[in-house]
Design a protein around this ligand. Structure first.
Ligand code: TYC
Length: 113
């Protein structure tokens, strides 16, 4: 006699074609360093090296851009990475009593594939 029981895997194809998958590309976020009048320049460079893994020349360039123009992009990251790095900067700046600040800006993403 024919076995009519439904076995695991029999309906998989049906389920996949019935539902259209809406995939969202993860949004990317820009971390922007803000200038202030009090944080020492070498502390800013040290933070950029420690938190963002920039080499010294790149860190100095970013620090000087923020110093002269008011702000500078440090990098573009996923939401979790960007917010973790900003929290690390806040914590270290607070620990050393400097007003150094980074902000988050939406970079791109959210489109359907
Ligand atoms: N402007 C600060 C000073 O003159 C240095 C500085 C640079 C601070 C960049 C913050 O994001 C910054 N000591």
């Amino acid at each position: 006699m024919e076995d009519k029981t439904i076995k695991p895997g029999d309906l998989q194809g049906d389920f996949l074609t019935q539902e259209k998958l809406h995939l969202k590309r993860p949004d990317m976020y820009r971390v922007v360093l803000l200038n202030d009048d009090y944080t020492p320049r070498d502390f800013v460079v040290w933070i950029l090296m420690r938190v963002f893994y920039k080499v010294e020349t790149e860190s100095t360039k970013i620090m000087l851009e923020a110093h002269t123009l008011g702000k500078s992009t440090v990098g573009v990251y996923t939401y979790d990475v960007a917010t973790t790095k900003i929290a690390q900067v806040e914590k270290m700046a607070k620990q050393y009593e400097h007003p150094l600040t980074c902000i988050l800006e939406v970079e791109s993403g959210g489109e359907e594939e």
